[in-house]
Every structure is written in C-alpha cells, then in structure tokens.
Design a protein. Structure first.
Length: 327
C-alpha cells in the first residue's frame, strides 16, 4: 500500500517548552537522566513528523515531570505545562494532541488537575510517571485519582522515571539503560497485583517502551504464589489489557516477544522524539514500518495508525456519552 500523505500516529512524543525549562532552572534542574534537554518547538516536531510521515503526535511531558518536593510548585507547573500543550493543540488541531501532566504524587492536586484538563482543556488523556516521590502507580494513595480516571474511561500514558532507589545502586551502567524499563515494569506489575486494574477496569493504559520488561517476565509473575488475591483472572490477563508503545523498542527481538504476548491491536507507534534523536527514530521507523523487518502488512497498519485512531475515537465517544448522562 502506498501513502501520499502523513498517516502515522505517534503516541509517545514529548513537549519541552521554554517555560518548562525556565521553571526547572529555578529549582536547579538543568539536565534530565544525565543529558541536556533537547531543543523543541512545534515546528521542530512538525519537521520531524513530515520526515517520518507522522500525521499526528500526542504530546507529553517527560521525566523529571513537575514535582520536586514542593506541592504548590508542582501544581502551578503542571497547570502551566498543560495550558501550553493545549495551545499547541489549538494551533495545530490536526497535528497534535496531548496527555496532560499531573502534579503527582500530590494526589488531591492531581485529581483537581485531571478534572480541569479533561473537562476544560479537552486533553486526549493524562500522562503519569511510573513512580513519583518514591511511590509507584498502584499505591492506595492514588485511588481517588484512579476512580476519577476510571469514571471518565480516560486514556493514561505511563512513562518511566528514576526511582530514588535506582540512584543508590552504585553501578557503572547509565541509569536510563535498565532502570527506565524496570520503573515501567514495577509500576505495571504493581497496578495488577494491588488490584488497581481489577477495581478500575475502564482506564485505558499505555505503557512506554514496549512495557519495559513486562512481556518477558509475565509468566514468572503469573505463577508466583498468592498473586491472584487481587488479580483473580491471573496477572497475565490484566497485563494484556495494557497498550504498549514501540518507542525505542522496535528491534526484531523485542517486538517478537511483545507480539507473542499481546494482540496486534494493543501495540501503538511511539517515537520518544525529541529525547530520542531524529536520526535514530527515523532509522527505527524505516526498518520497522517501511522495510517490513518486524511487522507484517496487516499488523503494520494497525500499529502505525488504526489502533491509535480506534483508541482515541473510543475516548471521544465515551466523553460524548458521559456528557449526555450529565444533561
């Protein structure tokens, strides 16, 4: 099949505004995971998208997020980030959506912000760090937020962070190489084993980077004694409810494992731009989607566009129905 226009949907695409960087600078943060923050503007993203035939990108704030010990600062910065992202979406409605950042782990502020961004800013969903303030998703502290997101059938994108314990390992290995994927894995497993997915079944979750190591360790989790206490269907049944994005994970071996674990309808294209260099992502997209090294034709079309279209269209239908019920 030949496409003349951009058609792909990128669900893992970061926004790095000058306002955000200025706020981080005020609290002494000038790098993330050891790297300088990348240059970003809507036009930089649009140029990258044109090069890679991406029709629409869903923007999100990456690690380190917005919380640095001060709850008020986190709430203010989250609001600023979300209003900036909403403006980008408004300026380019056919090219950008956004996942709103939450002032986690401040649970009450996160609930308030979630209501605002979904009702007023019309966010496409929310973005949550796998861990924040030392707490992983699935912690009972976040139940009120989970309840609100479940009621709205929200799409929730989970991005890794650096847990404080990871910095104490004293390894020579750069933290993002393995700790990022473990952060996502820990959050996903905690969401299952605490019964969060059982109690809040209508949240649509997206795990970054092919779910970390979730597909690889799923059977180990499934057979561990006592795990069905809060996951009565068995852990694997819940782990297969997640959507998995392909950001920085489109190798033949990683995708082989993921495709064995979940249905093709659960895999979504992600780029991780601009934190992932354009040259790297372009090569990954070419090999995975243009040269057919990883996906067959049917799966490729689903991953590139139709899965994401269905996910976000379902969100719109749910929002309309929710509105009708409230009339």
């Amino acid at each position: 099949m030949t496409y003349e226009k951009p058609y792909r949907i990128d669900v893992h695409h970061h926004i790095v505004t000058r306002d955000y960087l200025a706020a981080l600078d005020r609290v002494g943060i000038r790098k993330t995971i050891g790297f300088n923050f990348p240059e970003w503007s809507p036009q930089i993203s649009l140029d990258f998208m044109e090069q890679n035939r991406i029709r629409k990108a869903i923007l999100s704030v990456s690690t380190p997020g917005v919380f640095f010990g001060d709850a008020a600062f986190a709430a203010d910065l989250a609001r600023q980030c979300n209003e900036n992202a909403a403006r980008v979406k408004s300026d380019y409605p056919d090219r950008f959506g956004f996942f709103a950042v939450m002032p986690m782990p401040v649970a009450d502020a996160a609930v308030k912000e979630a209501v605002f961004v979904l009702d007023t800013l019309k966010a496409d969903g929310v973005g949550l760090l796998a861990s924040s303030g030392g707490c992983f998703l699935g912690d009972p502290e976040f139940d009120e937020l989970m309840s609100e997101l479940n009621r709205r059938k929200a799409v929730v994108s989970v991005h890794p962070n650096i847990h404080p314990s990871s910095r104490e390992l004293k390894l020579e290995t750069p933290v993002p190489i393995v700790e990022f994927v473990f952060d996502t894995t820990r959050a996903a497993v905690n969401l299952v084993l605490t019964g969060t997915l059982e109690r809040y079944p209508d949240i649509r979750w997206i795990l970054a980077h092919a779910g970390g190591t979730v597909p690889y360790v799923a059977m180990r989790i499934e057979h561990y004694p006592g795990v069905r206490k809060n996951a009565p269907l068995g852990p694997i049944a819940y782990l297969r409810r997640f959507y998995y994005d392909t950001a920085l994970s489109c190798s033949p071996y990683t995708m082989a494992c993921l495709q064995e674990f979940v249905e093709p309808s659960r895999i979504l294209l992600g780029s991780d731009f601009p934190f992932a260099p354009a040259s790297l992502v372009t090569e990954e997209i070419r090999e995975a989607y243009s040269d057919y090294h990883i996906f067959n034709e049917t799966t490729r079309q689903m991953v590139e566009e139709t899965n994401a279209s269905a996910l976000f269209e379902q969100k719109k239908i749910s929002a309309v129905n929710e509105h009708k019920l409230n009339i």
